[in-house]
Ligand binder design. Structure first.
Ligand SMILES: [Zn+2]
Length: 263
């Protein structure tokens, strides 16, 4: 018998800091606070293993109609109120007004502002190894172009092209090749049927991916009219500030001037 006082009753007053717990804390710290890890289709080859629709959905691609407001600090995307809610959209009105201008610069700005379709998908770029410590970190949300979406729709509908590429066990990657820059950018999409099979052979890795990948449909937050007007204002302020800083920003200045004249 030891003379030392027994401390075992104190052990029930705290928990065990396990390695599992440490890994969970690490993963939580690495996770984006918004829960969305955005990926980018890079020049050259992108080997995207597209993840399936979440339970209750039928399509892995969430499509929406947006205006891209360019020329400010970064491109702003604003969902179109007309296309989604059938109410007058101030950005559609701006685009039409600028498009009808005699000034070729404003006309071009108007074309750039027109509503375009945007398609979001959750995927893993298989050109990089999956992070086995934290597999969900390898899942990113990509925005795909209309032409790519049309191409991959054909792959899904054609059994000879491989069929259901998004199946996590029986699917396969789609190789998206991006070539050129600016207006000359071209994308092509090809099925990599030779790589048909599970995303990963380890069940734990599969479970980590399938329990954590985002529902891209929830990323489509419709703004209110006030939010659209506020974003437009912010964008115009950025254009005006840039035009003052760089004297080459003639078109941005013209656009900001034409819009403030309307206010
Ligand atoms: Zn619109």
């Amino acid at each position: 018998m030891s003379d030392q006082p027994s401390t075992s009753d104190l052990f029930s007053l705290f928990g065990d800091f396990t390695e599992e717990g440490a890994n969970a804390a690490k993963a939580a710290a690495e996770r984006n606070p918004n829960g969305v890890n955005w990926g980018k289709v890079l020049p050259g080859s992108n080997l995207l293993r597209i993840l399936p629709p979440k339970p209750g959905r039928e399509n892995p691609l969430a499509s929406r109609y947006v205006h891209y407001l360019k020329g400010g600090e970064r491109v702003k995307q604003v969902p179109c109120l007309q296309a989604h809610k059938g109410v007058p959209c101030p950005l559609c009105e701006d685009a039409a007004r600028l498009d009808g201008s005699d000034d070729p610069v404003q006309k071009e700005e108007g074309k750039e502002m027109r509503v375009q379709s945007s398609h979001l998908v959750a995927a893993i770029d298989m050109n990089a190894p999956i992070d086995l410590e934290n597999p969900s970190a390898s899942v990113k949300v990509y925005e795909l172009r209309r032409g790519v979406v049309q191409d991959i729709a054909k792959i899904r509908l054609n059994v000879r092209s491989g069929g259901n590429y998004a199946h996590p066990f029986e699917g396969f990657p789609i190789e998206i090749i991006k070539e050129g820059t600016g207006m000359q950018t071209r994308y092509s999409a090809m099925p990599c049927v030779a790589q048909k099979g599970p995303i990963h052979t380890d069940e734990g890795v599969m479970r980590a991916i399938l329990t954590s990948y985002p529902d891209v449909f929830t990323l489509h937050k419709m703004p209110t009219m006030d939010e659209v007007l506020a974003t437009r204002q912010e964008w115009q302020d950025e254009l005006a500030a840039k035009a003052v800083v760089s004297r080459g920003g003639r078109s941005a200045q013209a656009l900001a001037a034409s819009m403030s004249a309307r206010r």
